[in-house]
Design a protein around this ligand. Structure first.
Ligand code: NOJ
Length: 559
């Protein structure tokens, strides 16, 4: 099968189905809801959708805990609905990327239910079981922690053994060292590809191979054990086999979620001649406003720019970057990367679009980002729905009460729930998301920030996204050009040039809510150029020394 690598000419829209659009009034988004919005998605100009998990699941972690890989979550509809959806996408020239969650299953999956039946059950070895430490084995087998907090092991009374769960207790880790597990994964990937799926976003894929003997992790206060299961000993062998045996028989694409990945490792996963994955999601840029990837802090702007520069250069000609600021695990980008944008919400959101969409790679737009949705004003810890928050509260135990204010302060900035409030379609009841009671509160700003309003406003963020996506998909400079940053020392401006076959694209972004002087390198000041994109009114025809307005951003083409 010839691989066209269509993902190099794509923009992906991510749908978190639970919060996208509810068609039957149960307060939960569903597949018929997605179908009703296919023309809207097409109208954005994207040519692919990444759909967060829609498989059968008891929803401990909103679908990232799968109990049947071959069927659809009851709340979302049926497999027939799903078939109607993918047909509708394909008719409109939109490809479908499904989430592939195979580091773990739900504890309600048949395999785990069988595994619980005893040590001799054939499915027992689908998971990772160990005896505990201490005299009577009542201490977990090692010191690894769950990504959500607390020990990564759960005790099972009946057998007196522990099973590993790097996420919630209801998400037991699969044992990829068992060839049967790998066969099962190959089969289920093939099942969806045969149904027409165009690719997969591979959930926490860098965790699937654990170091033999499961040694204790380095001690630290937060997360422990990473070094023994991130990019583990057999990861490349397992991914290569998946590619050779299944993926390479289809014209599909893959993106691996790769927390903690370096450029060298990124290349191991994505370099075309290695035949593993096509792209990875990296995290360095979204960690530039955190301490130890946990606590929020002010954006380290220069580091943020450097991260982009390193990845643009690092994968050039060998792999392919993923470009994102938002997804269902990240707080909203407005405010987070722009500081307090005051009355300049529109300019700030468009500026972020320019900063990302002009880089080389595959850009993602997360539902609501295209209308500038913002974080939710949570009032206290009880309002969060995320299993992660529940875990943290449990781990804190008696310290929760005295620390509640502080913990809330952290989540108010960092919580995953911010991205999961329902999509704001209009200013009517429940923002047009549902006619019932929404499963998550709707951001009260829906009255002003919603799709219907943005459709009326020629100058809206939505219309700007349509414009920039169209521009990007028609630009060989953006697709192929060499990336070179300028004004690197600026603490306010992010500026880069892309050059390809004699053409140069100059990208200028003011990240601050204030006026900033722009000085240009001599090599292109006063050059003949055309203003291609501008978030302010297309009144800067000449590329010269100027005072940029708050968040002012533009793209010039020098031919
Ligand atoms: C990453 C997913 O994006 C996140 O939402 C989920 O909680 C974990 N993986 C576990 O599957």
């Amino acid at each position: 099968m010839e691989r066209t690598r269509w993902y190099k000419d794509a923009v992906i829209y991510q749908i978190y189905p639970r919060s996208f659009c509810d068609s039957n009034g149960d307060g939960i988004g569903d597949i018929q809801g997605i179908i009703s919005k296919l023309d809207y998605i097409k109208g954005l100009g994207v040519n692919a959708v990444w759909l967060s998990p829609c498989y059968k699941s008891p929803n401990d972690d909103n679908g990232y805990d799968i109990s049947d890989y071959r069927d659809i979550m009851t709340e979302f509809g049926t497999l027939d609905d799903w078939k109607e959806m993918i047909a509708g996408m394909h008719e409109r020239g939109i490809k479908l990327i499904m989430d592939l969650v195979v580091n773990h299953t739900s504890d309600e999956h048949y395999w785990f239910q069988e595994a619980l039946k005893g040590k001799n059950n054939p499915y027992r070895d689908y998971y990772i079981w160990r005896k505990g430490r201490g005299k009577n084995g009542k201490r977990p087998p090692n010191n690894w922690t769950s990504r959500f907090g607390g020990s990564a092991w759960a005790y099972e009374e009946a057998s007196g053994e522990w099973y590993l769960h790097l996420f919630s207790k209801k998400q037991p880790d699969l044992n990829w060292d068992n060839p049967k597990v790998r066969e099962e994964v190959h089969a289920l990937v093939k099942y969806w590809l045969d149904l027409g799926v165009d690719g997969f976003r591979c959930d926490v894929i860098t965790y699937i191979s654990k170091r033999e003997g499961l040694p204790n992790g380095k001690w630290n206060i937060g997360i422990r054990g990473d070094e023994h299961f991130t990019h583990g000993p057999h990861i490349h062998e397992y991914l290569h086999a998946l590619n050779k045996e299944v993926l390479s028989n289809y014209d599909c694409m893959t993106v691996g979620e790769a927390s903690g990945v370096t450029i060298e490792q990124g290349l191991m996963y994505t370099a075309e001649d290695r035949e593993e994955l096509d792209t990875v999601f990296t995290f360095e840029h979204v960690n530039c406003d955190t301490i130890a990837q946990l606590l929020p802090c002010k954006l380290r702007f220069k580091q943020f720019k450097k991260v982009f520069a390193r990845w643009q250069a690092g994968l050039r000609g060998k792999g392919w970057n993923s470009l994102y600021l938002e997804n269902h695990d990240q707080p909203r980008s407005l405010g987070r990367f722009t500081g307090d944008y005051g009355e300049h919400r529109k300019e700030a959101a468009k500026m972020l679009a320019i900063a990302m969409q002009c880089q080389q790679g595959l850009p993602y737009v997360y539902q609501g980002q295209e209308i500038g949705m913002t974080n939710y004003p949570f009032k206290n810890l009880d309002e969060y729905q995320d299993v992660l928050v529940a875990y943290v509260r449990k781990v804190l135990g008696v310290f929760e009460k005295p620390l509640a204010k502080l913990v809330h302060k952290v989540f108010l900035i960092r919580a995953r729930d911010h991205a999961r409030t329902p999509m704001q379609w209009d200013s009517g009841v429940n923002a047009g998301f549902t006619s019932g009671k929404p499963w998550m509160p709707i951001n009260p700003n829906y009255v002003d920030i919603n799709v219907a309003e943005a459709e009326q406003d020629e100058d809206s963020i939505l219309n700007f996204y349509r414009q920039i996506i169209k521009y990007r998909l028609g630009s060989d400079v953006i697709r192929n050009g060499l990336y070179k940053e300028f004004n690197t020392g600026s603490k306010d401006l992010y500026c880069y040039e892309r050059s390809w076959e004699g053409k140069r694209l100059i990208v200028i972004c003011n990240f601050k809510n204030k006026e900033v002087e722009l000085t240009l390198p001599n090599s292109f000041a006063y050059s003949e150029c055309s203003l291609e994109l501008h978030n302010y009114g297309y009144d800067r025809k000449e590329l010269k020394k100027m005072t940029l307005r708050p968040y002012e951003s533009m793209v010039y083409l020098i031919v």
